[in-house]
Design a protein. Sequence first.
Length: 127
Amino acid sequence: MNTIYTKNAPDAIGPYSQAIQVGNMVYTSGQIAIDPATGNVEAADIEGQSRQVMKNLEAVLAAAGCTFANVVKTTCFLKDVAKDFAAFNAIYAEALGDCKPARSCVGVAELPKGVLVEVEVIAIRNE
């Protein structure tokens, strides 16, 4: 088991790792819209937060030797599914390109730091 860490994604805000690699599997922790340069949530809207989340995930995946093309499963958490699903979905689709992993998307009452979206992924690293 290897711990994955990059300064290009936000530091964990609790007792967890950005990602863990076990064999050729990579499991990321949920990423929220913290800008790693400032340590703050800079965007207030779903579009800005979704873009930051996907950038953070891309950085963690890169540190593990992966891209979105390696992703096989995502779990997405939205504070307001009714209001934000379409906008989030558009940015998610743009970030993943031709990759269409299995996905769950659920509405939640609250997310850390009051953000609107959190996403975690499972990827298979090509050896």
